[in-house]
Ligand binder design. Structure first.
Ligand code: SF4
Ligand code: FES
Length: 260
């Protein structure tokens, strides 16, 4: 029987239990992943208790409150706090989500578990290393590629062609989808993953772009595209309500159609 062993030093251990502040009326506990690879040792899970009324309604509000009032060493990314920049993606209550638009009260468990996006190296605490995902995104050349001379004013796009980009252009590159995908976990060096493939679909379908054949050629590969097994985790976690699985199916359809 196969024996699976976690890499040395990867198993989280019980960390510090920060006491609840005095006079807490509406206590809410958070179990938060902590790790500093520069310090070595195993990751640990620290526990914090806050008064829910002292923080705003979102999990990001709670993290900021914890950082400001209990533990300034807690590290996480955030910027827009509007669900637009994608930087606060993390695993909350067992599911990838954007901390700034995830309501604490929507968490199913009394103790809210907060971990970094799964299956990525950790830079520190809740900050994952996304270097490899950005490199794959860059590989699809996510910009308008043209050969015809530029018109004097702009490359026009009829409304019905522009509508084909709906459900694609809204992607904020939070990578919640790719890091929730088992196929990506198993083949992350070769499979482009749902986020990058949804972006590839966005450029292939853009009527102003003139590089669709070469974009499809790049994806005609046993791993880059075809490692998608339609598991659909990507679609169920996308915080923007997008459907990367459908975008991947669209690319596969275009692959078949160009053979006809
Ligand atoms: S498709 Fe959704 S989950 Fe994936 S990167 Fe874009 S916004 Fe994030
Ligand atoms: S802080 Fe920008 S998406 Fe959450």
């Amino acid at each position: 029987m196969a024996e699976f062993v976690l890499p040395k030093g990867s198993r989280p251990v019980r960390g510090k239990e920060h006491p609840a502040p005095e006079g807490v009326k509406n206590p809410r506990r958070f179990r938060i992943y902590r790790h500093d690879p520069d310090q070595g040792g195993n990751p640990r899970i620290d526990t914090y208790t806050i008064d829910e009324k002292d923080a705003g309604p979102m999990v990001l509000d709670a993290l900021i409150h914890i950082k400001n009032t209990i533990d300034p060493t807690l590290t996480f990314r955030r910027s827009c706090r509007e669900g637009i920049c994608g930087s606060c993606a993390m695993a909350i209550d067992g599911t990838n989500a954007l901390a700034c638009i995830k309501e604490t009260k929507s968490c199913r468990n009394g103790v809210v578990a907060v971990y970094p996006l799964p299956h990525r190296p950790v830079v520190k605490d809740l900050v994952p290393d996304l270097t490899a995902l950005y490199a794959q995104y860059a590989a699809i050349q996510p910009w308008l590629k043209t050969q015809t001379p530029a018109p004097s004013r702009e490359r026009k796009q009829p409304p019905e062609e522009r509508a084909k980009l709906d459900g694609l252009y809204e992607c904020i590159l939070c990578f919640s989808c790719s890091t929730s995908c088992p196929s990506y976990w198993w083949n992350e060096e070769k499979f482009f993953g749902p986020a990058t493939l949804l972006q590839a679909c966005r450029w292939i379908l853009d009527s102003r772009d003139e590089a669709a054949p070469e974009r499809l050629d790049q994806l005609e590969d046993p791993f880059r595209l075809y490692r998608c097994h339609t598991i659909l985790n990507c679609t169920s976690v996308c915080p923007k309500g997008l459907n990367p699985a459908r975008a991947i199916a669209e690319i596969k359809k275009m692959m078949v159609e160009r053979l006809a």
